[in-house]
Write a protein that binds this ligand. Structure first.
Ligand SMILES: [Fe+2]
Ligand SMILES: [Fe+2]
Length: 159
C-alpha cells in the first residue's frame, strides 16, 4: 500500500533515533556490567532490546507503505562517563523520543494514516515507561545518595 511521503520520512527519522538508542544503550548496559552493577546492566539491556523492537516495527511499517527503510543513518551517540551521566543522557533522549513520537502521530493523523498513528502510539507508551524508569533512578539517587543507590545495583536480579 503506497504511503504518504511525509509519513515515510518521519518513520525513517524515528528509525534513526531507535537505532541510535539501541547502540547507546548497548554500550551503557555493558559499561554497567563491567562495573559489576548487575541490576542496572539488566535494566538498560532490556531497554536496548525494546528500542530494537521499535526499530523492527518501524521497518515493517515503512516496507508496508512501500518506502525504503534507512538503517545506515545514526544520530551522534552520547556515552555517559559514570552512572548519573548514563541515566541523565538516556533520560534526555527518552524525553526527546516522547516529543518526536507525539509529533509523528500528529503528522500520521493529518495524512489520514490511522494505523501508523496507532503503531506510533503503542511505541510512545513504551517511551513514556522509559522516561518513568530514568526519573525513578534519578529520584532514588537524590533520596538515598549515589553510594547507597550503587550498592543496591550490585545484587543479581532474581528470576
Ligand atoms: Fe524506542
Ligand atoms: Fe526508549
Amino acid at each position: 500500500m503506497k504511503g504518504n511521503r511525509k509519513v515515510i520520512t518521519a518513520l525513517n527519522q524515528l528509525l534513526a533515533d531507535e537505532l541510535t538508542a539501541t547502540h547507546q544503550y548497548m554500550v551503557h548496559s555493558e559499561m554497567c556490567d563491567s562495573w559489576g552493577y548487575d541490576r542496572l546492566h539488566k535494566a538498560i539491556e532490556k531497554q536496548a532490546v525494546d528500542e530494537m523492537h521499535h526499530a523492527e516495527w518501524l521497518i515493517q511499517r515503512i516496507l508496508f507503505l512501500e518506502g525504503q527503510p534507512i538503517v545506515s543513518k545514526l544520530n551522534p551517540i552520547r556515552i555517559g562517563k559514570d552512572v548519573p551521566q548514563i541515566i541523565g543522557t538516556d533520560e534526555a533522549d527518552e524525553l526527546a523520543a516522547v516529543q518526536a513520537y507525539n509529533a509523528a502521530i500528529k503528522l500520521a493523523r493529518a495524512a489520514d494514516d490511522q494505523a501508523t498513528a496507532d503503531l506510533l502510539t503503542r511505541i510512545l507508551a513504551m517511551e513514556e515507561g522509559h522516561v518513568d524508569w530514568a526519573e525513578a533512578q534519578r529520584d532514588q539517587i537524590g533520596q538515598m545518595g549515589l553510594q547507597n543507590y550503587l550498592a543496591n545495583q550490585t545484587a543479581a536480579v532474581s528470576g
